[in-house]
Design a protein around this ligand. Sequence first.
Ligand code: SF4
Length: 319
Amino acid sequence: MIKVEHLKKYFPITKGFIRKKTLYLKAVDDVSFIINDGETFALVGESGSGKSTTGRTILRLYEPTDGKVFFNDIEITALSEEELKKIKPKMQMIYQDPYSSLNPRMTVFDIIAEPLKEYNYKNIEDRVLELLESVGLSEEHASKYPDELSGGQCQRVAIARALALEPEFLVLDEPTSALDVSVQAQVLNLLEKIQKEKKLTYLFISHDLGLVRYLSNRVGVMYLGKIVELGTIEQVFDNPLHPYTRMLLQSIPVPDPKQKSKRRRIVIKGEIPSPLNPPAGCPFHTRCPYAQEICKRKEPLLIEVKEGHLVRCHFAGEI
Ligand code: SF4
């Protein structure tokens, strides 16, 4: 359903007062992947890895610097604003913070009805009620304002609004990370249920590998704007080949201490480098315990090591 080809999003940053100099923050730097119909594809990585910017650029909330995005074989990166408006209802986004994504001066009814009005939907009242019920809310919530609702209820309203125009593809940008732990599972279960019922395709953006493993079919691991490992959940979680993926997996809490002791520990040196000035060669070489001379000079390519399992490391499979 979604094909991303060599996508780049660079943000210009001007430095200096008198002698101005423009640098480019390479938030997304040559990213390619596909998302199959009905699957959940996850993007994981630390904050600043470029995963949210990738999601937003796919939906053209940011204009790409380069590269192509296809939705059902339509190149959406080539569409005019008018053509894009026709296709936008099919591609929606759920944001991390439900409070800031909902207009505090609008009632729940008006929030959900807004896209319906914009696209001249008939029977708006019936449709809003149907949407409220589909996300586990009721008619009583329709007259409330966001600040009268809990975080979980606000996220349900945001989901109802995103579903209003019957989308096929949703970008879920850390949809539960601003919610209490007790509510997170309810919202995730709701997203799973809706996906099955409506046969939706998801791009799930998260830094929480536990959730990614639970919810997704395939995953791309991002570091400094690039995908460093990509594969099915089993390939990446059971046989991680990139040192960065292993580092991330070690950050998942393990309840059983015996299991923890069996894991091979990797010590990561240093801080994540600035995307304004990424290291030459392999972008991970400043923190990688396996870095060799070649890693400082030559950037590794994303190579398929096994069907569907791609890794960006000169020594993939050897370390
Ligand atoms: Fe580490 Fe070198 Fe592989 Fe980069 S290419 S991840 S620095 S071993």
